[in-house]
Design a protein around this ligand. Structure first.
Ligand code: PXL
Length: 262
C-alpha cells in the first residue's frame, strides 16, 4: 500500500484536519501516518477552544520514523500552529522524494484564521513553494501571491515551480467550485451552492486529491472526484453551524468506489 505522512492538527470538533484526512486517505486505499501538529478541543472557528501545541515533539517523531527506515509515497500538510513546525517539516520533505501536497491553511473568507501572523504565513509560503501540488482557497491564494486575480495568482505559483495549483472555494453567481491549473492547462469544476462554506472541506479535498493521485489518477480527475464527494456531503448536511463541518462519513464508501462500478 502507498504510505502517506499526514501532518495536521487533531481537533475534537469541526470534522477537519486529521479527522478528515485519515478516513479519506484510508478509503482511497492509502496508509495514513499521522503526525499531529497540535491537539485542540475544537477547531479555532468556535468561540472557545483549548490548543495543545506539539512543536517540541515533532523533531523526535520524525527522528523515530527515520530510525524505522520508512519511506513515504506522499506527504500531505495542513494546519501549523508554530513557525518552527514548518522548518522541521521542510527538512523532512527535503530528505524525501515523496509527492508533496501542501494545503496552505492560513485563512478563509478574506481573513486569517485565529492565531495566524504574517510571519507564520510567510513560513507556510516557503513550504508551499517546495510543493508539487498546492490547494489554497481564494483567501490563501491571495496571501501566497499578493495577487487578487485568480488566473494571474495561479500563474505566479506555477512559474515558481509548483506543478499543480488547485484553487478551492471560488464563488461565481450561485455556484462554488475549484480550478485546477497546470502549465498550459486549466479546468474548473463548479456545483450549485446554497449553503455557504463549512469547516473541513479544504482538508477533505486535499486528502482526497492525495489519495486519488496515489491510486493513479491525474490531478484533474482527482479534483473532480473530490468535489463531487464534498458536494454530496454538503447536500446531506443539516447543521446550523458551519463550524461543525459536513456529513462526509456516510459517503466515504462512494469516494472509495471504483468509478467504473455502478
Ligand atoms: O480546516 C482548517 C483548519 C484546520 N485546523 C484548525 C482550524 C482550521 C480552520 O479554522 O482552526 C485547528
Amino acid at each position: 500500500m502507498k504510505k502517506c505522512a499526514v501532518i495536521n492538527d487533531l481537533s475534537g470538533f469541526g470534522k477537519c484536519s486529521l479527522c478528515a484526512g485519515i478516513p479519506v486517505l484510508s478509503v482511497l486505499g492509502a496508509e495514513a501516518h499521522p503526525l499531529p501538529t497540535a491537539v485542540l478541543s475544537a477547531q479555532t472557528g468556535y468561540s472557545s477552544y483549548l490548543k495543545i501545541d506539539l512543536t517540541e515533539y515533532m523533531p523526535s517523531i520524525f527522528e523515530e520514523w527515520k530510525k524505522m527506515g520508512v519511506s513515504f509515497d506522499g506527504i500531505l500538510t495542513g494546519y501549523f500552529s508554530d513557525e518552527k513546525q514548518v522548518d522541521v517539516v521542510m527538512d523532512f520533505a527535503k530528505a524525501s522524494d515523496a509527492l508533496l501536497l501542501v494545503d496552505p491553511v492560513m485563512g478563509d473568507s478574506g481573513e486569517m484564521y485565529k492565531g495566524f501572523s504574517d510571519s507564520l504565513c510567510s513560513k507556510i509560503k516557503s513550504l508551499a513553494l517546495m510543493a508539487d501540488i498546492v490547494t489554497p482557497n481564494v483567501t490563501e491564494l491571495y496571501l501566497l501571491t499578493g495577487e487578487q486575480n485568480i488566473e494571474k495568482a495561479a500563474g505566479i505559483l506555477l512559474e515558481s515551480g509548483i506543478k499543480t495549483v488547485i484553487v478551492t472555494g471560488i464563488k461565481k453567481d450561485n455556484l462554488i467550485g475549484n480550478a485546477v491549473f497546470e502549465k498550459g492547462c486549466r479546468k474548473e469544476y463548479f456545483s450549485a451552492c446554497h449553503k455557504g462554506s463549512f469547516s473541513g472541506t479544504g482538508d477533505i479535498l486535499s486528502a482526497a486529491v492525495m489519495g486519488k493521485i496515489l491510486a493513479g489518477s491525474d490531478a484533474f480527475s482527482a479534483v473532480e472526484a473530490a468535489a463531487e464527494f464534498i458536494a454530496l456531503a454538503i447536500r446531506d448536511t443539516d447543521t446550523e453551524n458551519r463550524n461543525d463541518g459536513i456529513a462526509f462519513e456516510k459517503f466515504l464508501y462512494r469516494l472509495g468506489r471504483n468509478p467504473d462500478e455502478t
